[in-house]
Design a protein around this ligand. Structure first.
Ligand code: FAD
Length: 387
């Protein structure tokens, strides 16, 4: 069954679902409010489930992302003075899943997704804040000065989704997680011993993901009241993390002050009762914004994209396709969101010195297969085929 769709939001989720829908014969327009399509943000790690979703959307796309990404074989978790708490075994993950986790800059991932779509599919600089259902079951979407009438709207408009608020007016919306994130990509290659590392202090985490070209993204996630900002955020990071082990000072030194981003992390604590209402599907952060503590948000958006396209291709009507999408995606993505919150509670967010000491000891004593199993729990997912 083919049809016409408007995807609201040109982030990772929106572009991915546009690729999937086109693959199963739909005509798609992606409407993005930003004047330029270039996802800001630093770096991202993709687990096997995200990579498999990319392969299912377009085998060439999966291969191009792998070629532009750096496999994360070495690293793990350390304490601020440098003591190793847990080792990441990328080779063991590769044996189990066929791939280790890979790291890529978000801008590069976004560019590769855009390149898999014809330019005329993408409309930029247009905000969609509401849509209207018609008596025939189709949906009218105001796009700039015109109106498009389509069979399906996909709301991929992120954690602060306007369309979600329209569809579920009683839902409380996103909640501040209690953690804020400061992140950047270094200006130049930095000598790194590990592909991926997290360092846990009290109520704070500093991590890096190395890229193919030797540069790296770093992120500092820490407990803070919502909305606190600094005139010189890089200086504030040096004050907080400058005395932590290398390469943390080197990563901060290798970063230009104007490259640093600072966001408060919001999540959907109250799960949505449905991922579809009428002919509107919610996808990605609009449906299940989660904290970044498992590195699964974008991977889940990629899963949504394949499953939605496959469900619409398999079912005889849009309504049946959307019911199937809701049934297949809601339990899993909401479980991953709960697990991410829990991972934050037991990890980055722990602030009491005694709790931190117990956490660190437990991590040091845990065999490395426990860490591998924790990743496998969410990453070992197989996409449906798009035919
Ligand atoms: C610090 C941090 C680290 C993370 N690390 C990872 C990781 O390592 N691995 C991983 O898988 N995930 C990670 N994530 C999660 C991941 O970034 C998100 O889950 C993912 O980007 C969500 O994609 P999306 O397309 O649903 O939403 P978004 O990326 O938010 O895209 C929404 C798009 O919609 C547009 N838009 C919004 N409103 C409108 C409107 N009204 N009209 C038109 N356009 C609109 C926006 O401009 C935006 O382009 C991380 C998140 C954070 C905060």
């Amino acid at each position: 069954m083919g049809g016409s769709a408007v995807v609201v939001g040109g982030g990772i989720g929106g572009l991915a679902v546009a690729i999937g829908l086109r693959r199963v014969g739909w005509e798609v327009t992606v409407v993005e409010r930003a004047p330029v399509l270039a996802d800001v943000g630093a770096g991202i790690s993709l687990h096997a489930n995200g990579l498999r979703a990319l392969d299912a959307l377009d085998a060439g796309l999966g291969a191009r992302v792998r070629a532009a990404a750096r496999p994360q074989y070495t690293g793990g978790t350390r304490a601020p003075a440098g003591r190793r708490l847990a080792r990441m075994d990328g080779a063991a993950l590769e044996r189990e899943l066929g791939t280790p986790i890979v790291g890529i800059s978000r801008a590069e991932l976004h560019r590769l997704l855009r390149a898999a779509l014809p330019a005329q599919c993408l409309v930029v600089g247009v905000e969609v804040t509401s849509v209207v259902g018609t008596d025939s079951g189709r949906v009218r979407v105001p796009v700039g000065n015109g109106v498009k009438e389509v069979d399906l709207v996909v709301a991929a408009d992120g954690v602060h989704s306007r369309l979600r608020a329209q569809l579920f007016p009683d839902h409380p919306g996103p909640t501040y997680s209690g953690s804020t994130v400061v992140r950047a990509i270094t200006e130049r290659p930095v000598g790194l011993d590990a592909d991926f590392e997290l360092t846990w202090g009290g109520g704070a985490e500093f991590g890096h993901i190395a890229f193919v070209d030797g540069r790296a993204e770093w992120h500092a996630v820490y407990n803070a009241p919502v909305g606190v900002r600094y005139p010189d955020v890089l200086a504030e990071m040096r004050r907080r993390f400058g005395s932590w082990h290398e390469p943390i000072p080197a990563l901060l030194d290798g970063t230009r002050a104007d490259a640093v981003l600072h966001h408060d992390i919001h999540e959907l604590v109250t799960p949505l009762p449905a991922f579809a209402a009428g002919r509107i599907a919610l996808l990605g952060d609009a449906a299940h914004a989660m904290t970044p503590h498992l590195g699964q948000g974008a991977c889940q958006a990629l899963e949504d994209a394949v499953v939605l396209a496959a469900a619409l291709a398999a079912e005889p009507t849009v309504d049946a396709g959307l019911s199937r999408y809701d049934a297949e995606r809601r339990p899993r993505s909401q479980a991953v969101a709960r697990a991410a919150r829990q991972a934050g509670r037991m990890g980055q967010r722990l602030a009491h010195p005694l709790a931190v000491a117990v956490r660190d000891t437990a991590l040091r004593l845990a065999p490395s297969r426990v860490t591998v199993r924790a990743v496998l729990r969410h990453a070992d997912w197989r996409p449906p085929e798009l035919g």
